[in-house]
Design a protein around this ligand. Structure first.
Ligand SMILES: [Zn+2]
Length: 403
């Protein structure tokens, strides 16, 4: 056993920290730790993270990432469950593909890989069997990496069927309207090809669907613009939630990132958008955060420049950095990376002393190649200081990671 003394531990009922001494079991052989007592006074003990939007790229694009390296990055970022997206090759749009991914994911003990099935123009009428096996659905309302855009009338066909079979699986939407994107295809800059209006128009459709299908569970991922917040501020739907990603909270079009490495869908926006998103997250207009961890290799980004950036490992340290900068309260941060994502994916929330992470708040660290575990070996945060180094990860009362 290892004892952490004077450890500030998050108490979800009191919504505050309580200082206590905590004991965890440890496998000395795998962790290389032999100390019996660790001074915890510079650390906090937080609930473990859940990331509802990752692309671990397996099968089909395992030169960018695979489940093994994705799990490694997630674990070092304090995340013990992820929802993997379906735009792999083959696409996850059938029972066989869901089972293949689940079986592959079972090899990795410490991070649960939940599987999102794509709703496509090909499968929208045949979701009954898929519903028994998937953990969530993903709907792309426009093309992005691995073209899976689905026609709006077919989304409605899918919703009719999901309502009929009484599906309880969350339906996660990539909200960019394909008609607006088509009308902007001649624009030179990526950000102008995919303007905020495209997101807002798609969100209007999703709000209407959430209203029309009250028994289904809707979620809008990676909200990126202030225009969208205007719609979300006035929406009062119990069956709808939203997330944004750290990239929209830390970077904008004025950031010092090379154009190829900042390319992502939806694009980075203005400084005003960025500030308003931070405020929306802190007030709870946006419920939670996800990483949209979408790695490509450095060579690919430099040559053909597909959209996407890694982020699963940076998710929680970046949010803690905002807490330490007094932009967001601890209570909201913990809702955003643990409470609400767990509820969305129906993950049981155990006592914090069972599954948790111990985080060093006293020593900011630089994101560098040494720290990055993703196979893609880069990060938009590279060269930046973050606050919230994850030192230990505990699962079922046992320390499983020391870093
Ligand atoms: Zn994504």
């Amino acid at each position: 056993m290892v004892e952490f003394t004077n450890l500030k531990t998050w108490n979800q009922e009191r919504k505050d920290f309580i200082t206590s001494d905590l004991n965890f079991s440890i496998n000395e052989n795998t962790t290389g730790i032999s100390k019996k007592e660790i001074d915890g006074s510079n650390f906090v003990c937080l609930p473990i993270g859940v990331d509802i939007h990752v692309h671990f790229r397996e099968p089909g694009y395992t030169h960018k990432e695979d489940m093994k390296t994705g799990v490694e990055a997630a674990l070092h970022g304090g995340i013990s469950a992820v929802l993997d997206m379906p735009n792999t090759n083959p696409v996850t749009d059938s029972v066989d593909q869901i089972l293949f991914k689940k079986k592959t994911g079972e090899r990795y003990d410490y991070v649960d890989i939940l599987i999102a099935a794509a709703i496509t123009d090909g499968n929208y009428q045949n979701l009954k069997q898929i519903d028994e096996h998937c953990d969530a659905y993903k709907v792309f309302l426009s093309e992005s990496f691995g073209d899976l855009a689905v026609k709006e009338e077919n989304v409605e066909g899918a919703l009719n069927q999901l309502e009929q079979i009484e599906s309880s699986k969350p339906i996660i939407f990539h909200a960019e309207d394909s008609l607006i994107l088509k009308s902007k295809a001649d624009e030179k800059e990526h950000a102008k090809q995919r303007p905020p209006e495209a997101e807002a128009v798609a969100i209007q459709s999703i709000l209407r669907w959430a209203h029309d299908y009250p028994s289904l569970r809707f979620h809008i991922t990676h909200v990126s613009s202030a225009l969208s917040l205007k719609l979300l501020e006035i929406a009062t739907l119990d069956n709808l939630s939203t997330d944004t990603c750290p990239r929209y909270l830390f970077f904008d079009q004025t950031s010092d990132l090379s154009p190829s490495f900042m390319k992502v869908n939806p694009p980075l926006r203005s400084t005003n958008d960025r500030n308003q998103l931070i405020e929306a997250l802190s007030k709870g207009v946006i419920d939670m955060i996800s990483s949209d961890h979408s790695p490509h290799t450095i060579e690919e980004k430099e040559k053909s420049n597909p959209s996407g950036m890694p982020g699963v490992q940076e998710l929680i340290p970046s949010l803690i950095t905002l807490v330490q900068a007094n932009e967001i309260e601890w209570e909201r941060a913990i809702e955003a990376f643990h409470v609400f994502p767990s509820k969305l994916l129906k993950i049981e929330q155990n006592d914090v002393t069972e599954n948790c992470m111990i985080v060093d708040l006293s020593t900011p660290f630089e994101v560098d190649k040494n720290w990055i575990k993703s196979k893609s070996q880069w990060s938009p945060f590279e060269g930046r200081m973050l606050n919230g180094q994850i030192k230990y990860v505990i699962k079922s009362g046992e320390i499983i990671l020391v870093s």
